[in-house]
Ligand binder design. Sequence first.
Ligand SMILES: *Cc1c(COP(=O)(O)O)cnc(C)c1O
Length: 402
Amino acid sequence: MRRGTPPLTVSDRAERTGNQLEWRIALSELDYGPEEYDAVRRVLDSRWLSMGPEVAAFEREFAAASGAAHALAVSNATAALHLALLALEVGPGDEVIQPALNFVAAANMTLAVGGTPVFADIASLHEPTIDPEHVSHLLSPRTKAVIVMHYGGYPGRMAPIVSACAARGIPVIEDACHAPLVTYEDPGRQPPHGRTVGTLGHVACFSFFGNKNLATGEGGMITTDDEAIAARLRALRSHGMTTLTWERHRGHASSYDVARPGYNCRLDELRAALGRVQLQRLPSGNARRRDCVRRYHRQLVDSPVTLPFAGWDRDFGGHLMPVLAANADHRARIASALRDERIQSSLHYPAIPTFAAYRSYAGTAWPLSHDFADRVVTLPLHARLSDSDVDAVATVVKRVEA
Ligand SMILES: *Cc1c(COP(=O)(O)O)cnc(C)c1O
């Protein structure tokens, strides 16, 4: 802003920034208070910026909260998925079964390690997580891992997938980005019933991107109960080196070896300190998100949209608030009516086989994922959303006829 320019009002800003609309109700918002500012200041005062005591404490606290034996902080969830696939020795010729309806990171990282993504459809439009029956059907001697993504914060159907994979010695990876601290409750009380997301398979990957339930900007976490996998991950995270700068700084080590080439996927102290505060806020943030989802569901019953997960009576993380329009045209009109009211909406997700980079997968083998992707609108949902915000959004959605 030029000196002497008066502060802009909200409507000024919307005009002056052109496309960059100033949302009245944003899709997601940070839940930050003075504690986050204090945490960052504490790190700046300490003069140690990466992989030090804050990262160690964040890992300890995250592991304790989710009940995992090991938690390793990393730079983002894409790096977490990359390292998880490498630690499980996925490579050329190996197939990784995963949802067609997902953020593209898991598929991209499968290709990055030389593996082949094998896409499975969602269980239903009502429960758009990976279909265990389709997974069973796709299991082959080349299957090296199965990835489950807990869409919107609702745990996938882990019990049948874990048991089918255990019978063949195939590891399960949780893409747990939407569901930190959510308890898996199996309708038939089959294992891993009662366990926390992050401990339901062999390795789990979390994201702390700015729009996630626990937000540090960039950042991620890998959890596992497997000591050998944890050791491999630890080395892969930092150049394959056998000791850390922090350990050498503390005099606990003086040199290092490189047993296998690695990467740099480390997390810094600033983000770890933010993550520790955000972890404290997570239970109440998730609870507020669940309340908002229930309110949306009450307001939108008998509306022209259908509600995935309506009537869900188990734990969930409330990361996304998806509704299904009658068709793509209805969806476009809902999005545009919301935009006219300066309410932000989005679309989670386009089906991966429709992307140009995944053209060789184009086809009709994922009818439910395609149908869902053509009709889904995601509505604003975050821990700072008020009841009247929910009502305002629902009012707009209800008024758009199918
Ligand atoms: C956000 C997200 C990712 C990627 O996370 P980054 O930390 O941005 O790399 C992967 N999978 C899902 C399901 C996500 O929501």
